[in-house]
Design a protein around this ligand. Structure first.
Ligand code: FMN
Length: 195
């Protein structure tokens, strides 16, 4: 059993990373291991309707990358350079023959996967801004399975840190890059979260 502080540290370290070491691949076995964690997540009506398409081959990585939109707040940044691209993707899909609404199963599972990945030194970015039909097309995902999220994964090639914000303006919660090119993520303080 891990302690509260160990869990907190794991969560604090589980940031969104968008720049990776493109020379370090991730095996399908590791992705399968990560997807295996989702079996232990809670599931509305215990339907367990989510499925994952694993992407690790160079050819498929190249096809998925152009369908993704990165870091809306970093308007000057065009996304990861070729040497910084993710080396794996998990495309989370819903089996529409079971349900079209998984409530919060998707988020619970993404958190489990990213936490598990973090313990292996792998980080990533949950991506909602992507072209779902195009991803299905390039990966040959059958119509029955609708992509909900793409989780981009890799070994990080950037530093990501949180800072506290008072969150009173939108500008306060926008992530940014500091003078050292570290990615800084403002987080609201506990006082603001408790009603
Ligand atoms: C539901 C969801 C959708 C997201 N979609 C995108 C996205 O399309 N593109 C992107 O670059 N980041 C995306 N992110 C990452 C968020 O920008 C990131 O979680 C936020 O900036 C806070 O940073 P943190 O994850 O390090 O706490 C998404 C995150 C979540 C939870």
């Amino acid at each position: 059993m891990i302690t509260f502080d160990e869990l907190k540290d794991l969560l604090k370290g589980n940031r969104s990373y968008r720049r990776f070491d493109a020379t370090r691949s991730i095996s399908p076995e590791i992705l399968h291991k990560l997807v295996g964690l989702t079996r232990y997540c809670s599931s509305a009506r215990n339907l367990q309707p989510l499925r994952y398409r694993c992407v690790t081959s160079g050819e498929e990585l190249d096809k998925v990358f152009p369908t993704l939109k990165w870091a809306g707040y970093l308007t000057e940044w065009e996304g990861p350079a070729e040497t910084e691209r993710p080396t794996a993707y998990l495309v989370q899909c819903i089996d529409t023959e079971l349900t079209t609404n998984c409530l919060c199963d998707d988020g619970l599972q993404l958190e489990a996967i990213t936490l598990g990945a973090a313990t292996l030194g792998i980080h990533g970015c949950i991506i909602k801004a992507f072209n779902g039909p195009k991803v299905s097309e390039v990966l040959g995902i059958p119509d029955r399975f609708k992509p909900l999220y793409v989780l981009a994964l890799g070994y990080p090639a950037e530093t990501v840190e949180t800072i506290d914000t008072d969150g009173t303006t939108l500008a306060d919660i926008r992530y940014f890059r500091d003078k050292n090119d570290h990615h800084i993520v403002p987080k609201r303080p506990i006082e603001e979260l408790i009603l």
